[in-house]
Design a protein around this ligand. Sequence first.
Ligand SMILES: [Fe+2]
Length: 179
Amino acid sequence: MSIINKIIYNFENNNKLYIGEKVTMSEHMLQTAMLAEKNNSSNSLVCACLLHDYGHFIVDDPDMMVSKSIDANHELIGYDYLKNYFTPAVTEPIKLHVDAKRFLCRDKSYYNQLSTASKTSLKLQGNPMNDEEAKNFQKLKYFNDAIEVRKYDDGGKDPNIKIKNIGDFKELLNSQLIT
Ligand SMILES: [Fe+2]
């Protein structure tokens, strides 16, 4: 199966709820990508949003045992797998999207508007960055893109909106493959 068909298959067959939220993992990622589209983000950024939590699918897939390490976090598992197929403009923001949350949570008002589940997971993810970590994070090439993914990520949890199908993104996914 091609990587694109595999992604589509996984999206269509995943009914698992996004941790602590009222939408499924698939719905959450589709909504995150829709928010990026709405804000006229680049194709690579929309694609990053669409696949940002793909690591959760990999963890759930028994065929993927080889590519997962028990200790790794979902953003790293997703990155590690997807970087074999997609450009860095797609996969680097995916790798950094949890760190982007840790960066943004330095701002109390950002932290306060997070969902309860997201506040809880922050503790496991290493709490807000310290000054040194934040300074280094800002220097990264994909800093801005990671922040953007993270902001749409926060918004992609609405159980009441009409959501696109993964098939609607097939062309976009194809356009972001390493050639
Ligand atoms: Fe997410």
